[in-house]
Design a protein around this ligand. Structure first.
Ligand code: NAG
Ligand code: NAG
Ligand code: NAG
Ligand code: NAG
Ligand code: NAG
Length: 463
């Protein structure tokens, strides 16, 4: 990650039903009640218009920027009918059923209380449609899915965990469109302050059973540059809590020096489904190796670091002339269909090791080629990463063609078969209404492993 909103996502219609739950709870034992004001009614009034206008802009602009990749690689790997792929998509059967059954019981009893913070901490930001769609949008998606789910409790005394819904990724810069996260620390700090003075639960556990989402480059360090992120570290008021974060590495790092769960970046399930209708999983894949994104020929020295540790530069230099590699440096709204047409999709690091391409590649059936040393991948218990992807060391990118040729000649079809298991795709996507095995479900499963942090009063009696 790191180039942030390099791709403008096509706007998709989403189902917001049930998300704006009326704020039911008047805190029973307490003196205080957090009020939820206007509830973004204004946004809803103009919702259709916003969608209509965005769609028009999207179609209008894509008309002009449409790139037509020439079929570079003629081989057809699989070409069964699209009926098969639909079955694959809908089937609930999995080749990797490790968890499934016994975990259902675990989740049955899990209870999460969601703080009802004033709208300025969360739903106000949704007035900008990008807020619920861009790659950091898991902060809104998880809030929405848990709000709609059965694990939600309105009685904080029977809660195992407390979810603090603060959206910090939606203050888009008017200059470059990137989310400015300079305000993240103060906004979350103020939310913690509100929660800890108005409710007894924060002080009871010093925040240990409280859950936050930090979906940025370097998690709850809240800075896009690693140097600065490491220097600033995780704010003290979050140190004790559980952070759901996209950032994860296998070595010690100050930005994951906290109880955490590595989550996938947000990709809209609707956009995936739309793309799959046009380019079915088992359809023709005429692009052999695909990458679209920032590849600088002469990357700048930014306080001693180079973008992508120059890995992307090397990919460009080495393979730009290779007809089997479809490498593009410019944004293109229809890039998902390119992924759907590709056999291998490169997922090199940006500033941070993680990348939205990981999820998009898996969801669209393109074998992810992960080039990010030490990356910690999300939900390893549900997603058998070694069976569905390839990992190439950063200093081996020069050998990429040879490595991929070897795989294509040996185990490619095995990897694709594993990759096209619907359970794998499901585990990486956040749905508005949680589904068994989807990304929110995996988050809850991970939280259920941390029940030793729960101070739930009713649970003590049960056990
Ligand atoms: C799913 O698994 C069940 C039992 O293992 C089997 O009967 C059924 O045919 C499978 N369905 C699909 C779509 O593979
Ligand atoms: C949004 O970001 C800008 C620029 O960093 C900052 O000046 C402003 O205070 C932020 N807005 C909020 C509501 O935090
Ligand atoms: C929690 O502790 C803080 C700091 O000690 C204090 O200011 C606050 O009033 C306490 N909250 C409650 C609900 O007692
Ligand atoms: C990059 O810049 C830093 C100073 O910020 C300098 O110490 C370092 O030598 C430079 N590295 C290269 C390879 O130019
Ligand atoms: C496929 O082959 C590659 C290279 O030989 C190897 O690294 C990888 O682990 C294999 N993957 C599977 C799923 O067999």
């Amino acid at each position: 990650m790191g180039e942030m909103l390099e791709y403008k996502r096509p706007p998709t219609k989403r189902n917001n039903r049930g998300f704006y739950v009326r704020m039911k709870l008047v805190h029973r034992h307490g003196r205080f009640q957090l009020h939820q004001e206007k509830n973004s009614n204004l946004f809803f009034k103009y919702y259709k218009w916003i969608i209509w206008i965005s769609l028009s802009i999207y179609f209008f602009s894509s008309y002009f920027i449409t790139h037509k990749p020439i079929p570079l690689y003629k081989a057809q790997y699989f070409s069964k009918s699209s009926v098969v792929s639909r079955l694959l998509f809908e089937s609930t059967n999995s080749t990797f059923p490790q968890q499934q059954n016994n975990n259902r019981a675990l989740l049955k009893d899990l209870k999460i209380y969601i703080y009802e913070l004033p709208a300025k901490y969360n739903t106000d930001w949704l007035a900008n449609e990008r807020c619920s769609n861009h790659l950091f949008a898991s902060e809104a998606a998880i809030h929405r899915a848990i709000s709609n789910s059965d694990v939600r409790t309105f009685d904080p005394y029977e809660a195992d965990f407390f979810f603090v819904p603060v959206y910090v990724s939606c203050n888009f810069s008017t200059v470059n469109g990137f989310p400015a996260i300079g305000h993240a620390r103060s906004l979350i700090s103020s939310a913690v302050n509100l929660v800890s003075t108005n409710f007894p639960f924060w002080n009871r556990s010093q925040g240990a059973d409280h859950v936050f989402v930090a979906s940025h480059d370097f998690g709850s360090c809240f800075h896009t540059l690693e140097e600065r992120a490491m220097e600033d570290g995780i704010p003290k008021f979050l140190k004790n809590s559980i952070i759901l974060q996209t950032f994860g590495v296998k070595y010690r790092h100050p930005c994951q020096d906290v109880e955490n769960v590595v989550i996938p970046p947000y990709i809209s399930p609707e956009s995936v489904q739309l793309t799959l209708q046009k380019t079915p999983l088992t359809g023709r894949r005429d692009i052999w190796v695909f990458f679209r994104g920032k590849m600088e020929v002469h990357p700048k020295n930014v306080s001693g670091r180079f973008y992508s540790k120059k890995v992307r530069t090397e990919i460009w230099r080495k393979f730009n002339g290779d007809r089997r590699f479809y490498l593009q440096r410019h944004r293109f709204a229809g890039y998902q269909s390119e992924i759907g047409r590709s056999v291998f999709c490169l997922c090199p690091l940006g500033w941070a090791p993680w990348s939205p391409r990981l999820v998009e590649s898996v969801a669209l059936g393109c074998v992810p080629v992960i080039i990010a040393d030490g990356i910690q991948l999300p939900f390893p218990a549900a997603v058998p990463w070694p069976e569905i992807s390839l990992t190439v060391a950063e200093n081996n990118v020069a050998k990429l063609a040879k490595i991929l040729e070897h795989v294509a000649a040996t185990n490619l079809s095995t990897i694709q078969k594993n990759l096209w298991d619907p359970a794998v795709r499901r585990a990486l996507l956040f749905n508005d209404e949680m589904e068994e095995g989807d990304a929110t479900w995996q988050v809850l499963y991970a939280l259920a492993q941390k029940l030793d942090r729960s101070r739930r009063t009713t649970r003590v009696a049960v056990q």
